[in-house]
Design a protein around this ligand. Structure first.
Ligand code: RET
Length: 278
């Protein structure tokens, strides 16, 4: 895996600590999210539970693959006392685990939003297929592109980046239109939560592109500091686009459940609120 940026640099002990720490925070947060989504499943009516199930699957896959990424880092690098640096040993770091995780999670994250929206039954399969397929295509193109992040960061990476952006714009457009339409029919608090979900989606999904661009940033992009920066950006994007997003979708589902007469302990106030606004 010599094509991955991390394998071409040497980390100071502080930089290596920063890498390992943020990867650990990443998988620990997703294990915590896993517990959260299992435990709060009862707070949504049965018709919304497929959505929570998808969050559970997203958490498990992310937690395990991010754990694997951290193991990969610690297997690949050894401390060289002479230089005082962490250098590549007998193994290499495999950044591909991140893309394998996206391949599972991107289609799930996109289609899970459909469950809290009003979509005609006849249209549901079509939207799931279009969003899932476009999401997978984007990840596959991005994965191929990352093979060039050291060899040809500006040329090939931009080429693959532009290719991956086409399915991205396509599914983003569908997501934006459907969630935008929902602002006219969602009850009370669910409406403002959905508004936040849209901004969160816009910010966190574009953060992945910013992280992808880091290796193109000349000497900094190709340095150990560049590798650390990229890992932080990816981790922030992961926590926002999977955990926080899932929590907010759950809030919409709970608000809808209560507005539809499903009893959830501690959420009775939402029922009163929705009477005036639904
Ligand atoms: C790439 C390549 C450059 C062009 C584009 C990209 C977009 C990536 C995105 C990733 C989202 C990942 C998520 C993962 C969850 O597990 C591939 C960086 C458009 C949007 C949400």
């Amino acid at each position: 895996m010599l094509w991955n940026l991390e394998n071409t640099v040497q980390f100071t002990p502080a930089q290596f600590d920063l890498m390992s720490t943020v990867l650990t925070i990443g998988y620990a947060a997703h294990f915590a999210g896993l517990a959260y989504f299992i435990l709060t499943r009862k707070n949504v009516a049965p018709r919304y539970r497929a959505m929570t199930t998808m969050s559970v699957v997203v958490m498990l896959s992310a937690a395990l693959l991010l754990l694997r990424l951290d193991i990969s880092l610690n297997q690949a690098f050894v401390f060289d006392a002479d230089q005082g640096l962490f250098v590549l040993g007998d193994a290499t770091y495999n950044h591909g685990f991140r893309y394998f995780n996206w391949l599972i999670d991107v289609p799930l994250l996109l289609t899970q939003s459909l469950f809290v929206l009003n979509i005609a039954k006849k249209d549901l399969f079509g939207y799931r297929f279009k969003m899932g397929a476009a999401g997978a295509l984007m990840v596959i193109l991005g994965y191929v592109g990352q093979f060039y992040e050291v060899a040809d960061p500006l040329g090939a990476l931009i080429w693959w980046g532009v290719a991956a952006t086409i399915p991205y714009i396509y599914f983003f457009g569908i997501f934006w239109r459907l969630t935008g339409e929902s602002l006219s029919y969602l009850p009370g608090q669910a409406k403002s939560t959905m508004r936040n979900i849209r901004y969160l989606f816009l910010f966190s999904w574009n953060l992945y592109i910013v992280a992808y661009i880091v290796p193109m940033l000349g000497d900094f992009g190709q340095s150990a500091a560049g590798a650390v920066t990229r890992t932080y950006l990816f981790t922030i994007a992961d926590v926002l686009s999977k955990i926080i997003y899932g929590i907010l979708l759950g809030k919409v589902a709970t608000a809808r459940s209560v507005a539809e007469g499903f009893e959830v302990d501690g959420y009775e106030h939402l029922a009163e609120e929705s009477v005036g606004t639904a």
